[in-house]
Design a binder for this molecule. Structure first.
Ligand SMILES: C[S@@+](CC[C@H](N)C(=O)[O-])C[C@H]1O[C@@H](n2cnc3c(N)ncnc32)[C@H](O)[C@@H]1O
Ligand SMILES: [Zn+2]
Length: 248
């Protein structure tokens, strides 16, 4: 699968055993502990929510404990239901698949087992990515990359999934547009995110204050999708979270 320089989007050339270099802007991207870092120097942490995601201790219990508890607190049904929803709505076009903000890689492993296409898991947290690599069972590849600047060319991807993460990004609406840029026509985008749900404002204010979670209104999500050339297919209200699917 062809990775691109996230800064100038030139195709990266592999150098040495596992590093990569951009021949246009001359940035060299280095692999450490088996993970190619495509956003070197970019701090992941922008609030308590994301600081948790970068903790070695939390990442080690994330999949078994932290994620299921947080999901229930947010009023969303949990893994089994998420999996069925994803199976129904993740209908990619041909081409590589991206599990964006893959965390410990639970959904990366699923996509890899469901589809023949190459699968990449990308996340900004080294601690989470280390767990993803440790738990990896198939062919999926993991890289450190930011959802705000994807390391893929225009129209390169057949499908993008992003579960439980968009609300942690610095600019979620711009990240939706970035997904649209990297998707090819017919490609799918599935997303589970906190949103500005009606009637839950008190809990949202607490979460925003404590962890800098960004609750996007549905209208903002829809505008970002439209700007990115994507059409909304479904928008399911799951308490503080919403699951939506769109097609390019
Ligand atoms: C709650 S976890 C979700 C992980 C996984 N998708 C899941 O459903 O279990 C949120 C993930 O988003 C990642 N993340 C936060 N900001 C990001 C960004 N700007 N770019 C890429 N990943 C980011 C965090 O490091 C964390 O692993
Ligand atoms: Zn470059």
């Amino acid at each position: 699968m062809q990775l691109c320089c996230p800064g100038c989007r030139t195709a990266l050339r592999h150098v040495g055993d596992c590093d990569a270099v951009c021949d246009h802007c001359e940035t060299r991207y280095v692999t450490r502990e088996g993970l190619l870092d495509l956003c070197p120097g970019l701090p992941g942490s922008t609030g308590m929510g994301q600081r948790f995601m970068e903790s070695r201790r939390i990442s080690s219990v994330y999949e078994r404990l932290f994620r299921p508890v947080m999901t229930v607190l947010a009023g969303s049904p949990g893994y089994g239901d998420e999996e069925r929803w994803l199976r129904r709505w993740f209908r990619p076009a041909d081409g590589p698949l991206l599990d964006l903000a893959c965390g410990t890689g639970r959904y990366t492993r699923l996509l890899d087992s469901w589809f023949d296409a190459p699968v990449v898991g990308a996340d900004i947290s080294i601690a989470m990515l280390r767990q993803a690599v440790r738990r990896s069972t198939g062919q999926a590849r993991f890289v450190r990359a930011s959802g705000q600047e994807l390391p893929f060319g225009d129209g390169a991807l057949g499908g993008v999934n992003c579960f439980g993460a968009l609300h942690l990004f610095p600019d979620p609406a711009a990240a939706i547009e970035e997904v649209g840029r990297a998707l090819r026509p017919g490609g799918c985008f599935t997303c589970l995110t906190c949103w500005k749900a009606p009637r839950r404002r008190a809990r949202q204010r607490v979460a925003t204050h404590l962890s800098r979670i960004r609750f996007l209104p549905r209208a903002t999500i829809e505008r970002a999708l439209a700007r990115a050339g994507m059409e909304l297919q479904v928008f399911d209200d799951r308490g503080l979270m919403a699951a939506f699917a769109a097609r390019r």
